[in-house]
Design a protein around this ligand. Structure first.
Ligand SMILES: [Zn+2]
Length: 532
């Protein structure tokens, strides 16, 4: 690749060109130097002045659930803006699938539909009389079912509402509306995905991530989609070549997860290959700040302190066990009370034979930590894996829930970098969008979708933001010696961008596209067909 701007890594000078041999980078420097190295068989890619960066790394994401969702009928407002369009999408799926098979849709937004309401039970039933249908609103908390779905689930006007959920009702009976935990009354009747469907989901999501510039990702909950089948699917996808993004595997380690089953099946920390490696273990300490379930010392403005998923003894027991087994701990904690429980548990888990140093245990999200907690984490080498994109998507809700001052101090990217952490920027998709450019822009601006600036002193510059989305991701996966920078000897995982992020205004970062993506020197995405 010549004639471009090569971002080698934070603090390193830009280069013009990079030479690749096989799967590795062999030289980085001036055009003149690369022309000297080129032989008669050398294939040249002209960057035409474009910026090339290390392949993006999404250090906390849920690729399998995302891939499965991508296989459902997409009703998001980008695609569906009228009731007719929504019903036609359901009818089309009914023509495609054999009668009796579930139709699942996601992402409708009744506030933007022309009728400003979800479809009625009658409308949804008429669109697919012979298929059970369930569709969920954008938020995922509310949905609509058709008559066939209610029948399969055996739900009638006599069915009581479950705890924490409700079925919509009117004078004629159920309306098809399902809220919160009433979802499970229906979804438990949907057959589990087959291995083939899981592999298809990996294929779909890998290509999609490549198209956005990603070459690596962590699955932050292997087992979420279908227990141990997730591992089977990932291995099959790796063997068939469908897995085109490097995957750092983090097993779901809650008691209802797959930690013990995977251990019995011989899955060990560090096992795998450069495309698929198992290394981390996930446990949930609390909920979310948007849903007011993250465990906070100070109450939410609406009242309540959120909740801890486990008491200290249970949590510390799990952490000690997984630490002793050799896993990297990747523990979900968002509120300061949750974070406190996790830090204490990690410290307790350490032994003279197995200290914390070098283990790179991580707190996932870690949004609302105190300065004292940050200092303690720095002392013990506990890392953070934040989602800057949350500020864009949920920042307004944080302000509503905890007030402006606390909300603005959340996800302090600049402080983390200053204190020597390796904050690995990530998306938590499908919770948030995977769009890497919106994530980068949010790190630089800390603006919510409405434009509110969430603590301007925690903004970082674009080079630092790129560092957080590349090198720090690799660091979180113990692979920074091979990936995350463009240096001789490293894997040729490189993304070429449509805009020069280093010189454009911050508000133009979102809207950039990945033109070319190389993984192991192989082209896995070519937006304009320029190389093929
Ligand atoms: Zn997550």
């Amino acid at each position: 690749m010549t004639g471009g701007k090569i971002f080698r890594g934070l603090g390193l000078p830009l280069a013009e060109a990079v030479a690749i041999s096989g799967t590795r980078i062999v030289a980085v420097g001036s055009d003149a130097l690369m022309f000297e190295l080129a032989g008669p068989a050398t294939r040249r890619i002209d960057l035409g002045g474009r910026l090339a960066v290390p392949g993006f790394n999404d250090a906390h994401q849920h690729p399998l659930p995302l891939g499965l969702m991508m296989g459902q009928v997409n009703l998001r407002p980008e695609y569906v803006r009228t009731l007719d369009q929504l019903l036609e999408a359901i009818r089309a799926e009914a023509r495609r699938l054999p009668p009796g098979q579930w139709i699942q849709g996601r992402g409708y937004d009744d506030s933007v539909l022309d009728v400003e309401r979800p479809p009625t039970l009658d409308e949804l039933s008429a669109a697919a009389p012979d298929h059970p249908v369930i569709i969920f609103r954008l938020c995922g908390h509310v949905g609509m079912a058709n008559r066939a779905a209610l029948a399969v689930a055996g739900l009638t006007a006599e069915t009581p509402d479950p705890e924490g959920g409700a079925l919509g009702r009117d004078a004629s009976g159920l309306t098809g509306l399902i809220q919160e935990r009433a979802k499970q009354l229906l979804t438990k009747h949907i057959p589990r995905p087959t291995t083939t469907e899981l592999v298809e989901a990996v294929d779909r999501v890998s290509s999609f991530l490549n198209s956005q510039g990603y070459t690596a990702v962590m699955d932050a909950g292997i087992g979420f989609a279908d227990g141990m089948e997730d591992i089977t699917a990932y291995r099959a996808a790796r063997d068939s070549g469908a897995l085109s993004v490097r995957l750092w595997g983090c097993l779901f380690g809650n008691p209802e997860g797959i930690a013990d089953a995977a251990w019995e099946a011989g899955v060990r920390p560090g096992s795998g290959c450069e495309m698929l490696r198992f290394g981390a273990m996930k446990v949930f300490a609390d909920g979310s700040a948007g849903g007011r379930t993250a465990a906070m010392t100070e109450p939410y403005l609406q009242g309540g302190h959120g909740l801890l998923c486990f008491d200290d003894a249970q949590m510390h027991g799990l952490l000690a066990k997984y630490h002793a087994q050799g896993w990297q701990l990747a523990i979900h904690a968002i509120g300061d009370a949750g974070i406190a429980q996790v830090i204490a548990g990690m410290r307790k888990a350490a032994t003279p034979e197995q200290p914390l140093a070098g283990r790179r245990h991580r707190i996932e999200h870690c949004g609302f930590l105190t300065p004292a907690q940050m200092a303690e984490m720095a002392t013990f080498g506990i890392e953070v894996v934040p989602q800057p994109i949350f500020l864009y998507e949920s920042g307004e809700t944080y302000i509503t829930n905890v007030g402006r001052a606390r909300a603005e101090r959340s996800y302090p990217m600049a402080s983390w970098l200053r204190e020597g952490f390796h904050p690995a920027a990530s998306s938590d998709a499908p919770v948030s969008t995977t769009d890497p450019f919106l994530n980068l822009q949010t790190m630089v601006t800390r603006r919510t979708f409405r434009g509110t600036v969430m603590g301007g002193d925690e903004t970082i510059d674009i080079a630092q933001a790129l560092h957080c989305l590349t090198y720090n991701g690799a660091h979180s996966q113990f692979s920074e010696h091979r990936r995350g920078r463009i240096l001789p000897g490293m894997d040729a995982d490189i993304t070429v961008l449509s805009r020069d992020l280093l010189s454009i205004p911050a508000e133009d970062i979102a809207g950039t596209q990945a033109d070319l993506v190389l993984l192991d020197g192989r082209i896995v995405h070519d937006r304009q067909g320029e190389v093929s």
